[in-house]
Design a protein around this ligand. Structure first.
Ligand SMILES: Cc1ncc(COP(=O)(O)O)c(C=O)c1O
Length: 397
């Protein structure tokens, strides 16, 4: 019997807990999910209609596109970035369309990181950022976010810089904390990058989903344009998670190198999905605004439900994305690791959450709760959690 030797790179990574919990829940059945990073909205009907027409009328719509992506889509993305971030890009040489933000990140990390190179990753972290650095045989160097407000702690990043540091990977609004990093902190991070000659990977997957004020992006700082790879996604803002389409932008030389990786892992992003993205970009602004308003209401609802569970849960109110890192406080002398807590919630309360430990030490004794679900499902999940907490730990007050 053949026993394949698994590469050390692949042995070093694992499937994230975000995906593991729904698999456990599928065996239990009847669970409500606060687990996955998916907004509940269906594919916008105008995207479906535009794509059906495209497939019927355009013989190229089901074929490979140009390797960096459809010209019209690169232009439309460049227009969006110019409008929202003030970055003027040449769509011919500085933009590429990818298989979601995920593939853009993979191309960026593989292009920048050699074996042993260090990348600063604020923690709690998005697990795939770390896995991608490990896949490139680099070293993710975790720098804690401020524990009081999940703000970007640039001094902690500064202390972590060594001669091997190559890059920083920053995402705001942030998964898993929902933090929207302050402009002043991001500007300091940019200065740190210039001081130590670091590249910046700016994962703006959630850039539109900021509830109290627009999120500031590192891409808005002209002085670091030469060292910045910007990453964007159609998944969350346009409710197109399953279509797997995103984009990246960078100076032409760097883009040419990243497109070599894109070619060898994907050839091109799925062409029908690129047409879907083009239709989404042409949609009236009100479409995304409705998603944003609905998610803001869900954020407020989830926070109110957590407040009612104080002091069992404490949390920092999220300003963006659709996640809350909720810390649980158990009676004196009791300790339940977050994975055990999440698994018990699946079996005993039939609610899916993600163990905070999966996102680094800052997630200890915490659960990541997503508020992407509809209000009735959020209420059902919180009813179940509340009933379970009261049964297990008595009256909370
Ligand atoms: C921080 C972050 N970056 C990237 C991604 C991947 O996004 P996409 O669906 O565009 O690949 C996600 C998905 O949840 C995410 O949370």
């Amino acid at each position: 019997m053949f026993a394949p030797r698994i590469s050390a790179r692949v042995q070093a990574i694992k499937i994230s807990a975000t995906k593991e919990m729904p698999m456990i829940a599928a065996k239990v059945g009847g669970c409500v999910s606060l687990g996955q990073g998916v907004p509940s909205f269906v594919t916008p009907p105008l995207v479906v209609v535009a794509l059906m027409r495209e497939l019927a009328e355009n013989p190229s719509a089901g074929k490979y596109s140009l390797q960096p992506g459809l010209t019209d889509l690169r232009r439309a993305c460049a227009d969006l970035i110019a409008r929202e971030k003030g970055v003027v890009l040449d769509p011919e040489t500085e933009m590429g369309i990818t298989v979601g933000a995920m593939e853009a990140l993979f191309c960026a990390v593989s292009t920048l990181v050699d074996r042993g190179d260090e990348v600063l990753v604020p923690e709690p972290f998005y697990p795939s950022h770390v896995e991608q650095i490990l896949m490139a045989e680099g070293r993710p160097v975790l720098t804690p976010l401020r524990r009081t407000d999940w703000g970007l702690d640039v001094e902690a990043m500064r202390r972590a810089v060594t001669p091997r540091t190559r890059a920083m990977l920053i995402s705001s609004p942030h998964n898993p904390t929902g933090a929207v990093f302050a402009e002043a902190d991001l500007r300091q991070a940019a200065e740190l990058a210039v001081e130590h000659n670091l590249a910046i990977i700016c994962d703006d997957t959630y850039d539109y989903l900021s509830y109290d004020a627009p999120a500031f992006s590192l891409a808005q700082i002209p002085e670091i344009r030469d060292r910045l790879i910007g990453v964007g996604s159609f998944s969350k803002r346009y409710a197109l998670t399953g279509w797997r389409v995103g984009f990246f932008f960078a100076p032409a030389g760097l883009m040419a190198e990243m497109l070599k990786v894109h070619d060898c892992v994907a050839i091109c992003a799925p062409t029908p999905s690129q047409h879907a993205a083009l239709a989404a970009l042409a949609a009236p602004e009100s479409m995304c605004r409705e998603f944003l308003d609905a998610l803001r209401r869900r954020r407020d609802l989830a926070c109110a439900r957590l407040d009612a569970l104080a002091p069992f849960f404490s949390y920092v109110r999220p300003g963006g994305a659709f996640y809350i890192m909720a810390r649980y406080h158990l009676p004196e002398g009791l300790d339940i690791p977050s994975r055990d807590m999440a698994v018990r919630l699946i079996h005993e309360a039939k609610v899916i959450t993600v163990p905070g430990d999966a996102f680094g030490p800052g997630g200890a004794s915490s659960l990541r709760l997503s508020f992407g679900a509809e209000e009735k499902d959020l209420n059902e999940a919180f009813d179940r959690i509340e009933g379970w907490v009261k049964k297990e730990f008595g009256n909370l007050k």
